[in-house]
Design a protein around this ligand. Structure first.
Ligand code: SAH
Ligand code: SF4
Ligand code: F3S
Length: 439
């Protein structure tokens, strides 16, 4: 038997796909990347914006082609859209056999392997398993590693913030934290398999706490694991960048000089309406702490344009904030109302065209800033983690600097997982080009 997994959305879904893969393999199932030979199709989905759901539904519908060709194939939808749409998904795509929410993955083997009753005869309610489970932290589980170089490790699930636009708290449930010893166990196992870069994950990852540790303490512990050379984290919330955390981020060599700090909007009025719990000034103070110490510190962000009630002045405040912040890169989105959220109750005034136009203006501004920030790197020598050969030229390699920039360089001896020093020569497109130097 073979399984195929299609993953959408954030890194937390990537990690969860690794959990599902491990459970399938423990039950004797092998992975495949070719849908034509799969018996189990997993669609690990995202609900963050309407488009994310529509993309996944279109793909699942398309994949029914394989299901029609052979008997016994099962379609399982997991992830946030499973929780959000539940039975409505099966109404839209009849071929779906099971809908399993983010707290229910441990039931997958039982559901797939221990029921003699043909799926078709089972009632719909038995096929929709999406209840929240406050206790479920997947303790003791080890997610399958997707690359032998760099690994994601989830340390926090759910979210308590209830930003007014966001569906995550409704599809992932309240915040819960994995205990530190289980985190260290998984990091150690990954390191033993050759992973040297770890990214700790949570929707407000820096809010992490256990009975005796906060996020900064856990970062320290992870960076002390033998074989771990780089530590990153995603996605932090501005409110939880404490003095202690910033001090540790700036002082521990294994922690990469890159912070993702989601801005969402540059207007205090909109930040308040979004329930982001900070002002623009407080946000800028955090950036200053990093760039004051290291002007090359990598800073990235998320921004939403056309949020409900966003006036022209609010949008202009966002553009100004982006100019002031000089982010290295940004993920930028047009606001998408999500069912059940506070802001979805308000009628939108802006047309889709206007929202799109604002997004394009912002993207153009940020693209120029990204280019300028990358050009500043020319002449520096940076440590690069080698990831893979370039797809365009087999003598070239793709890697990442500590401050999270992609770099391409030529080498006859590099291999994935190596750390090499690279002199940065130029910027082509947005990408750094470098030459390896002797370490
Ligand atoms: N927990 C993270 C965000 C996770 S979602 C945080 O608080 O920063 C990733 C990004 O998607 C968000 O930062 C936001 O910019 C965007 N996003 C979330 N909901 C959205 C919506 N309804 N419409 C458009 N973008 C949205
Ligand atoms: Fe969504 Fe806000 Fe939670 Fe991030 S912090 S996941 S944006 S509710
Ligand atoms: Fe999407 Fe769920 Fe992540 S909504 S962004 S997959 S937590």
């Amino acid at each position: 038997m073979r399984y195929f997994i299609d993953t959408y959305g954030c890194q937390m879904n990537e990690y969860d796909s690794g959990l599902i893969a491990s459970m399938m393999e423990e039950n004797g199932c092998l992975p495949t990347e070719d849908p034509a030979e799969a018996d189990f199709f997993f669609f690990n989905t995202c609900s963050i914006r309407e488009k994310a759901e529509e993309t996944a539904i279109a793909r699942i519908s398309k994949m029914t082609y394989y299901k029609k060709k052979r008997d016994g194939i099962k379609f399982i939808v997991t992830g946030c859209m499973a929780k959000h749409l539940g039975a409505r998904l099966v109404e839209r795509v009849r071929a779906i056999d099971f809908v399993i929410g983010p707290d229910n993955y441990k039931k997958i083997p039982e559901v797939l392997f221990s029921h003699p009753v043909p799926v078709i005869k089972r009632t719909l309610s038995k096929r929709i398993i999406t209840d929240f489970n406050e206790e479920e932290n997947y303790l003791g589980e080890t997610a399958k590693i997707s690359t032998p170089i760099s690994s994601y490790i989830t340390i926090q699930r759910g979210c308590n913030k209830h930003c007014s636009y966001c569906i995550v708290p409704y599809v992932r449930g309240p915040e819960k934290y994995r205990n530190p010893s289980d985190v260290i166990r998984e990091v150690t196992l990954a390191a033993e398999k050759g992973v040297s870069e770890i990214t700790l994950l949570g929707q407000t990852v820096n809010a992490y706490k256990s009975s005796d540790m906060d996020f900064a303490d856990l970062l320290l512990k992870v960076s002390e694991v033998k074989g771990i050379h780089r530590v990153r984290f995603m996605s932090p919330h501005p409110k939880h960048y404490t003095e202690k955390l910033i001090d540790i981020l700036l002082s521990i060599p294994q922690i990469c000089p890159h912070a993702h700090i989601p801005l969402q909007s540059g207007s205090d009025r909109i930040l308040k309406k979004m329930h982001r719990q900070h002002t623009l000034d407080e946000f800028m103070c955090i950036l200053e702490k990093f760039r004051g110490k290291d002007p090359f510190y990598g800073l990235t962000t998320d921004i939403i344009t056309g949020f409900v009630g966003e006036e022209k002045e609010d949008f202009e405040a966002t553009l100004q904030a982006v100019k002031d912040a000089q982010f290295d890169a940004a993920f930028m989105f047009s606001y998408s109302p999500r069912e059940g959220t506070e802001s979805a109750k308000e009628t939108e005034v802006l047309s889709e065209e206007e929202k799109q136009a604002r997004l394009e203006t912002l993207v153009e501004l940020q693209n120029n800033i990204t280019l300028e920030r990358n050009k500043l790197m020319i002449g520096r020598t940076e440590e690069v983690l080698v990831e893979r050969p370039s797809t365009k030229n087999s003598s070239e390699w793709v890697g990442k600097t500590g401050n999270f920039k992609k770099i391409i360089f030529s080498s006859n001896s590099a291999k994935p997982g190596d750390y090499i020093l690279c002199h940065i020569d130029s910027v082509r497109g947005w990408t750094l080009r470098g030459t390896p130097t002797i370490k």
